[in-house]
Ligand binder design. Structure first.
Ligand code: ADP
Length: 307
């Protein structure tokens, strides 16, 4: 009797052990397979293959890890693509004015062109275009590295806007565009870098005027919104299509590259404007309807301590 009980206990123990080993091996395979796949993919990613992705499988925690890995790999791949296209765009931007300068100098050298005032003016314009482009790139690099030094002073935003609007008035008049400013007199003063905020306003005004046809309107307005002042520059111009609107603040993004190149823009203005507003603790947004116009709005905090 005792022998029979012992035997059955032995069998039960044996079956339980085998069952345990089987379950353990199944569970560890379920866990280890995705871990292996992740570590292989991470290794290949580290060696520069940014197309690496892993299937989302296994227990919830591992699936989350795989999804996080895939998002990281995708972001790295996008950043790399953007870096490559930036270099190509940059080379193109620099090549055009440089080739023009070279072409003119060759023509003068070969006696095909007189080195008269008109020729020299063209050369100066091309050189000025290059200097402005390089200055924009320097500013952008500083802003992106977070090393842009601000010269903060308490300023009247109303005066600053008035000054910018007056600077653009001759351009607006020449284009038959009505340019107006509406800002309440009691608008509180703000701690800002005057040069940088004037640059933001100037860039938005320039874009608005360039993109608005004769007979159109450009309206600049400022108002207090809670702990911020919101400045809006609205035009009755061509408007921006929704697919362009999403990318309008990207580096070197232009709605119509060929036309913009003729007018001298390199697609850096809005990227720089966004950085300059952000370092002041504000934000910039845009709304637009094709055929009706666009409105760019940026905010600046009343109290920089809040930002
Ligand atoms: P750029 O220096 O080439 O003008 P921006 O970064 O200032 O570059 O502008 C990016 C793109 O957005 C340009 O192609 C420009 O034409 C378009 N854009 C900007 N503002 C407006 C506007 N108010 N109306 C229509 N298009 C605009």
């Amino acid at each position: 009797m005792a022998a029979a009980v012992n035997k059955s206990l032995l069998w039960t123990g044996l079956i339980a052990s085998i069952g345990g080993i089987l379950v353990l091996s199944l569970v560890s395979r379920r866990i280890l397979a995705p871990v292996h796949s992740l570590s292989g993919a991470a290794q290949r990613l580290g060696q520069g293959d940014l197309a690496q992705r892993v299937p989302s499988s296994g227990p919830a925690e591992l699936r989350k890890l795989s999804d996080t890995f895939n998002t990281m790999a995708e972001n790295l791949e996008t950043a790399e693509q953007q870096r490559r296209s930036l270099t190509a765009d940059l080379a193109h931007e620099l090549r055009t004015p440089l080739s023009n300068i070279q072409g003119y100098l060759d023509a003068v050298h070969d006696g095909l062109l007189e080195p008269d005032e008109a020729t020299i003016n063209t050369l100066r314009q091309q050189a000025a275009h290059l200097v402005a482009l390089v200055e924009d790139l320097r500013l952008l690099a500083l802003a992106e590295a977070g090393s842009l030094a601000l010269n903060l002073q308490r300023e009247s935003l109303r005066d600053l806007l008035q000054e910018s609007v007056e600077a653009f008035r001759p351009r607006a008049d020449a284009g038959g565009i009505s340019l107006t400013l509406s800002a309440p007199g009691e608008l509180p003063s703000l701690e800002v870098d005057r040069t940088r905020i004037s640059q933001v306003v100037g860039n938005l005004l320039e874009n608005a005027i360039v993109n608005t046809p004769e007979g159109g309107e450009v309206r600049v307005s400022a108002a207090r919104e809670g702990e911020y002042i919101a400045v809006s520059i609205a035009d009755t111009g061509a408007g921006i299509a929704p697919e362009d609107l999403e990318r309008i603040f990207d580096r070197m993004y232009r709605v119509d590259p060929s036309r913009a190149r003729a007018t001298g823009g390199a697609g850096l203005g809005l990227t720089i404007a966004r950085h300059l507003v952000q370092v002041h603790g504000g934000a910039i947004t845009v709304s637009s309807i094709v055929g009706q116009g666009s409105a760019f709005t940026f905010t600046l905090p009343l109290n920089r301590g809040d930002c």
